[in-house]
Design a protein around this ligand. Sequence first.
Ligand code: ADP
Length: 410
Amino acid sequence: MKNMFASKILKNIPQLLSMSGDVDSSLVQIIEEIKHTLDLNNVALYYLSEEQAYLKVPEQDSYFCNFALKQDTLEKLESEDYVLVSLLNESNTNDSFYLFPLKIRQATFGFICVLAEKEFDDELLNALKALTAVASYAIKDSELSNVFKIQLKALQSSIVDKTQAVNTIKEQNEKILEADKAKNEFIANISHELRTPLNAIIGFSEVLGSKIFGELNDKQAEYINDIYTSGVHLLGMINEILDISKLESNAMKINYTEFHIDTAIGEVLSVMKPLADKKSINIKFDNKVTNMVKLDYQKTQQIFYNLVSNAIKFTPENGEINISSTTKDKFIELSVQDSGVGIPKSAQEKIFDKFVQLENTYTKTGSSTGLGLTITKRFVEMMNGTIRLESEEGKGANFIMNFPMEQNNA
Ligand code: ADP
């Protein structure tokens, strides 16, 4: 008899421990297992809450029902292996019940209740104790996995929330883009409006400076010259802001024409020469492109204007600027190289970003926008070209552009 119980229990423990599925069906399995293994008819499983015992398995039964536990029974359930009680409730007058506590680490969370239909010998009691202990872990294990399931569900619902969040962000982004477009249009308009009076300032100060309307004394000539140069400078900055806002609202159009590259660059250099002369900077232009190129004339000139004016600005007196145009495979390579302060490696990646101005002796005056290279790069890319920088700090900078010879313009 002894051995029979022991071997049956041993055989069934793995099965009890590997229960899966929902907790309630696991509890039914446990009770069925106990009944079957130990040949008992009336076995129930209770959960404890405060002093109340709640019947979990079976759901309804003539013997078993919810009931309030006496204090001493509760205490015994905490400390003993089992408790023998008579009377679960008023209806079960003559019956006695064994209660085997379901525990995890000393905490009793329920018990298995067995009708004492016969006298329980030690062996049976031990078998029940062993099975209850195993059941305790099996129940907690299965409840734990339930907790995981709940957590998983919560996680899934938070994923749903995330999708909603992503959608909200998308909507917000669309609104921001719209607002940004409106802002760019506004800036484009206001820049345009600013140019009209500024052109008057530049035009009239130039006329006065030319002395057509009479002689000027030294102070007048000096001030007229200041008004003129400041006006031109301001116009340059407004033009850059106008360009970037046009670019950002996709309002910038490209207009391809065929022209000789040396004509376009030559015109820019004749405008820039007086500035270079002031610093005794020598500009050399080496053109090896004899064929016509197909690019946007005005944008190409502006690219050179930006690069050459930077080269002049960031090169000390008596420096050198070398401009070259050549063909390489199916590309036209154009470059502007100077012998100036150069750009440190750490800054080379961000140099084309909006409003980037590096700290050096030439940028301290602070009268520029930091948009020149941004616009330059965008113009280059609009014409299907690439621009890269080769530079070492203190050793000058070289901006190299490549444009495909054949433009597939629309
Ligand atoms: P801006 O000249 O209006 O400040 P840019 O976008 O043209 O703006 O240039 C950004 C910054 O890049 C400049 O402030 C300067 O620090 C650096 N930079 C541009 N060109 C050169 C150059 N040829 N040599 C050294 N630094 C340069």
